[in-house]
Ligand binder design. Structure first.
Ligand code: HEM
Length: 409
């Protein structure tokens, strides 16, 4: 393929209107794995698209900083970054180590496992709410309700409040100003922080059996999180755990629609194949498209000289299709093993804190969907999210043979 065959633009939401820009990724991996990508109003950034390079960047926080210019693609001023400084995603070690130590107690595999029964009952209730209708929007009525219900469980708040928080994250994640204006997005942040402050106060007064209560009390060597840090952590939690999982479920089902043979194989051996199917959905759909780092000292990546102050952006979707790592990478193979995908990050300090929970949520929802709505099928065009950060689906009408509710109200 020649340089002129593929137009490279990895920041316009338009490039993600039909899913990740796979063609651009493939061209870059083959021709310019560390590519200088223009970005209006800034000196541009280096787009990193190969698996090994994405790992290198993710695992060297001293050289590739999350704090300097933040992890979201862009060239913010210090003033713009000021409000985010207390969020762990925007920290480097050692600040990040301290924060992670304090919050990670709630997110061990064992803790996630103890949430399993609650997540399964949540998935059952969600399917109950649509099963008699014979049709629904898979995103709003099913996939999106699971993470918002889970957030409500984690924070110990009513499910309806969890749903409002989830609407706010969707506003925040839009990168298209015509869908939600910058003022609207800023308003969503304020609303969420105000809500978080009230939860913190409430949990201090009357602690419950939820992560929010654990976090307001958590101490390590006498150290504890300040109110500001807690608010920012809740904001991060709601954002990071919300539409990522929602998109994985919606995009995963879309994949099964497109591959009826794979779907039949999965249904025939749900217990055996569900765990590896979830991993393959993660690899294949890569719900988080990218994160940014800032170069802290002159260095070389894949033979390209990078200068201190340059920004690099890692593209997880591209790394997950790297032909040097995955056999036949464009094949959706639910039995793939090994499957060292980087959908949750490529190692290093910021590896997704919620990955165990996300896996449990996704498996629980597919078990419900495939056993209780076995003939679910598309009932119209799916509409994708206007975002170059979160690759996902906004609405997805589906229909199915109506069935019976399981829960006794
Ligand atoms: C399919 C679902 C999900 C995907 C694809 C995903 C992906 C990611 C990625 C790519 C990162 C950054 C990794 C890095 O920079 O190295 C991340 C960080 C994070 N995720 Fe997730 N995530 C998912 C679900 C969740 C859930 C359910 C939660 C919480 C309940 C969560 C909480 C977090 C937090 C708190 C961080 C920041 C960790 C840090 O800065 O140390 N995520 N996630």
């Amino acid at each position: 393929m020649g340089a002129t065959d593929v137009q490279i633009d990895l920041i316009s939401p338009d490039s993600f209107r039909h899913g990740h820009p796979w063609e651009q990724y493939a061209w870059l991996r083959a021709n310019a794995p560390v590519y200088h990508h223009p970005e209006p109003g800034t000196p541009g950034f280096w787009a990193v698209t190969r698996y090994d390079d994405v790992r290198t960047v993710s695992r060297q926080p001293k050289v590739f900083s999350s704090a300097a210019k933040g992890p979201m693609v862009g060239d913010p001023t210090e003033e713009q970054l000021a409000g985010t400084r207390q969020m762990m995603l925007f920290m480097d070690p050692p600040e990040h180590d301290r924060f992670k130590l304090l919050v990670s107690r709630g997110f061990t595999p064992r803790n996630a496992q103890s949430l399993t029964a609650r997540i399964e009952s949540l998935a059952r209730d969600i399917v109950d709410d649509v099963i008699e209708r014979g049709e629904c929007d898979l995103v709003a009525d099913v996939a999106g309700r699971l993470p918002s219900g889970l957030i409500a469980e984690l924070m110990g708040i009513p499910r309806s409040d969890g749903e409002r928080l989830y609407e706010l994250t969707e506003m925040m994640h839009t990168t298209d100003d015509t869908v939600h204006s910058p003022e609207e997005r800023a308003g969503a942040v304020v609303e969420m922080l105000t809500y978080a402050a009230s939860v913190i106060e409430e949990k201090r007064r009357s602690p419950g059996d939820d992560i929010a209560s654990t976090l307001v009390q958590a101490t390590v060597d006498g150290d504890r999180l300040t109110d500001g840090e807690l608010q920012m952590f809740f904001l991060l939690l709601v954002n990071a755990g919300g539409d990522t999982t929602r998109n994985l479920i919606a995009a995963g089902l879309e994949l099964l629609f497109a591959h009826p043979d794979v779907r039949a194989r999965l249904i025939a051996d749900l217990d055996g194949l569900l765990p590896s199917a979830v991993e393959e959905m993660l690899r294949y759909t890569s719900p988080v498209a990218n994160f940014q780092r800032t170069v802290m000292e002159d260095t070389t990546l894949h033979g390209v000289d990078l200068a201190a102050g340059d920004r690099v952006v890692v593209f997880y979707g591209s790394a997950n299709r790297d032909e040097d790592v995955f056999d036949d990478p464009d094949r959706f193979d639910i039995g793939r093993s090994p499957n060292p995908h980087v959908a949750f990050g490529a190692g290093g300090p910021h590896l997704c804190l919620g990955m165990h929970v996300a896996r449990i949520e996704t498996a629980a929802m597919f078990r419900e969907l495939l056993t209780r709505l076995p003939d679910v099928e598309p009932a119209g065009e799916a509409e994708r999210l206007a975002s170059s950060f979160i690759a996902g689906i906004k609405t997805m009408p589906v229909r199915f043979t109506p069935g019976r509710r399981l829960a006794i109200d």
